[in-house]
Design a protein around this ligand. Structure first.
Ligand code: MN
Length: 291
């Protein structure tokens, strides 16, 4: 068997799995986590969705595979730090404790290989600063199609009643605009706090929007694993960036399939030593029988 093809990072930052919510992508997550090799992993909040789990306990086997994978990292010497978010805030009271080798911390200060300091926090505390209903995701394509259908019927009735046309799209544009405004206010608040505390950068999650912005400080957002599949990584030289984790996973899986195919083509599936292990004892047995 050939070795699993993995990508090497110094540090992995990943957030908003929302395990327990019906839409979480545990299977993709497991595929990605199989393909990473790193010294430290920061779980940047909303890993478990305790809000959803309290309403209804929904825990598919795929979720266990993700948890097992994380425990295995810790067991094999990767430092795993879990920074709870607002959907798993119950865990905040265990600040400083360890579960199966996973450290719980309210926030962290990460020092890069080239000596820069990054603040690591989930980010929900900045909702208070922003003071705006968190519109986490602008309305997606499918929902919009459905709404358009309803809107047509709605306006048909309005027309029958002699009322003027009500535009759904201009209403939604207003909503999306306020979502964008919320997003930029959130970023501003996080950046201001990191700057005030003299960090070179900040890594957070929470708003479900992957980001990699360099201004006064480096703002990185891990994105999410409900609709997307992003992560923030630190390379061995200290370089930090946001990546599309599934895109990388697919490349690594493809590379592994390709190298397996090359092995088969080269006839190297069975190497000389392995053949000897099989043939030599058999030769001894046969010669012994002849004697
Ligand atoms: Mn959150």
């Amino acid at each position: 068997m050939s070795k699993t093809t993995t990508a090497r990072f110094r540090t992995l930052f990943i957030s908003d799995f929302h395990l327990g919510a019906s839409e979480s992508r545990a299977d993709e997550l497991r595929r990605f986590l199989r393909r990473v090799d790193c010294d430290t992993i920061y779980l940047v909040g909303d890993i478990l969705d305790l809000w959803c789990l309290k309403r209804r306990w929904r825990w598919p086997e795929a979720n266990n595979r993700v948890v097992n994978r994380l425990l295995k990292f810790a067991k094999r010497g990767t430092r795993v730090v879990y920074i709870p978010g607002n959907h798993d805030e119950t865990l905040r009271k265990y600040d400083g404790l360890r579960f199966g080798g996973i450290e719980i911390a309210l926030e962290a200060e990460h020092c890069t290989a080239d000596g820069r300091k990054y603040l690591v926090t989930h980010g929900d505390e900045f909702d208070l600063v922003v003071r705006h209903a968190p519109l986490l995701s602008a309305i997606g394509g499918h929902a919009y199609d459905g709404l358009l259908k309803i809107n047509r019927r709605f306006n048909h009735i309005r027309a029958l009643l002699g009322l003027e046309y009500w535009s759904l799209s201009s209403f939604l544009k207003l909503k999306v605009k306020s979502a964008c405004k919320y997003m930029s206010k959130f970023e501003d608040a996080v950046i201001a706090e990191a700057e005030r505390r003299k960090f070179d950068g900040v890594i957070c999650g929470h708003v479900h929007k992957v980001a990699d912005v360099r201004s006064k400080i480096h703002y990185l957002n891990c994105g999410e694993w409900v609709e997307g599949s992003h992560a923030v990584v630190e390379h061995d030289d200290g370089r930090m960036e946001a990546i599309d984790a599934m895109e990388l996973t697919k490349q690594l899986e493809q590379a592994e399939r390709e190298s397996e195919r090359q092995l088969v083509l080269a006839g190297a599936g069975v190497d000389d030593d392995m053949a000897d292990d099989f043939v030599m004892p058999m030769k001894r047995v046969l010669l012994a029988q002849n004697a």
